[in-house]
Design a binder for this molecule. Structure first.
Ligand code: MUC
Ligand code: MG
Length: 383
């Protein structure tokens, strides 16, 4: 038995390589909640809980994720057997409602710890990898069409990405369509172009938007309208040929079931964090697959640990027809892992080794942890 002895949470703030302009916010840094679980046999497990733009994307923030873990999740699982992941996560779910990102962060650390103790990759716990490399999209979101075109051309030349997701919804629909058309025309058939509206349109805007996007040859539109308007999403899915993807509407298996029952979307953007953990994300995939809905591995723009966790799960899904957007570490100016996640030939590579196959660089962690100043202060007071 490997008892859960201690759960440590650390907020890490890392600047982004450029402003990342989404319909609801512009990100200039990413705040990652790192979770480290220590077990009684001396083993450890790592997890990550990351959201986007404070509370502008969803109801959890870095601070609330840390608080939910420290004050509510940790107390109910300390002393429990870390080898019994299902029983530990069931205990967490019975004690803490909602907070899927916090749940995911702790669950990830439990899977990492178990897999390290067994001497296998996390993917092995989900039946083993089917793909050790997966197609990976990049998000063009500088806010300026010309800058996005230069960035996309660089990515194509480096053979890093040939799938581009454009963030739109901040400007009037016509302006957004002109922006997407300019990028589409500049890149021609060399790339797949998709857009993410992050719920910004009302249904009327969405009709104009989908018609325009379809006409200029965009392959897919993600979450065009409010996540709660699931029936309206179905109408859009049925009315247009362009693929419609659900993202924010998917908050775990129950919401996936509702969307699948009505076939409200053509594609599911499955996120481990939004689903509430790797296990729940695998259930979302199963529900989508059973309904004939396409699958795409989404991201909350996690750093290396969260991205590795997602890669382990999605490597086990044979039907990831729309690929992945697991590029989070590339949006950051620095890395806290000793060996970064690898990107080459338009793909992201599944990290090798036991557990998640990642290790933290202690120097980098000390440099970027939010409480670094407070720590220095405490030391100074003691001496
Ligand atoms: C989202 O809504 O999908 C994923 C990629 C990106 O640039 O933003 C995220 C969030
Ligand atoms: Mg999205």
């Amino acid at each position: 038995m490997s008892k859960i002895e201690n759960i440590e949470t650390i907020i890490v703030d890392i600047p982004t390589i450029r402003g990342h302009v989404l319909s609801m916010t512009t990100m200039r840094q990413q705040s990652i909640v790192l979770v480290r679980i220590r077990f009684s046999d001396g083993s450890e497990g790592l997890g990550e809980g990351t959201s986007i733009g404070g509370m502008s994307y969803g109801p959890e923030s870095p601070e609330s994720i840390k608080l939910a873990i420290d004050s509510y999740l940790a107390p109910v699982i300390i002393g429990e057997d870390g080898d019994r992941v299902n029983s530990v996560t069931d205990r967490m779910r019975k004690s803490v409602r909602g907070n899927p990102i916090a749940h995911c962060a702790v669950e990830t650390a439990l899977w990492d710890g178990l897999a390290r103790r067994l001497g296998v990759p996390v993917a092995q716990l989900f039946g083993g990898a089917v793909n050790t490399r997966m197609p990976v999209a990049w998000t063009l979101a500088s806010g300026v069409s010309e800058t996005d075109i230069v960035e996309a051309r660089q990515m194509l030349a480096q053979r890093r990405h040939n799938i581009f997701k454009l963030k739109i919804g901040k400007r009037p629909v016509r302006d957004d369509i002109a922006h997407v058309a300019a990028i589409r025309a500049a890149l021609g058939d060399a790339a797949s172009i998709r857009v993410d509206v992050n719920q910004a349109w009302n249904v009327t805007d969405a009709r104009w938007g989908l018609a325009g996007l379809q006409e200029i040859g965009v392959d897919l539109v993600e979450q065009p309208i409010d996540s709660r308007q699931i029936r309206a999403l179905k109408v859009l899915t049925d009315q247009y040929e362009i693929a419609v993807m659900a993202d924010e509407a998917l908050q775990g298996p129950q919401s996936a079931m509702i969307a699948a029952a009505d076939r409200s979307a053509d594609v599911f953007a499955v996120k481990i964090a939004q689903s509430g953990g790797l296990k729940a994300a695998s259930e979302v995939c199963a529900i989508g697959r059973a309904a004939g809905i396409g699958l795409y591995a989404g991201t909350m723009l996690e750093g290396g640990i969260g991205t590795a966790a997602a890669l382990h799960l999605f490597s086990t899904i044979p039907t990831l027809g729309w690929g992945t957007e697991l590029f989070g570490p590339l949006l950051l100016t620095d890395e806290i892992l000793t060996r970064p996640v690898e990107y080459r030939d338009f793909s992201v590579v599944l990290p090798q080794g036991n557990g998640l196959g990642v290790e933290i660089d202690p120097g980098k962690l000390n440099h970027y942890r939010r409480d670094r100043h407070r720590k220095v202060h405490v030391v100074a007071l003691k001496s």
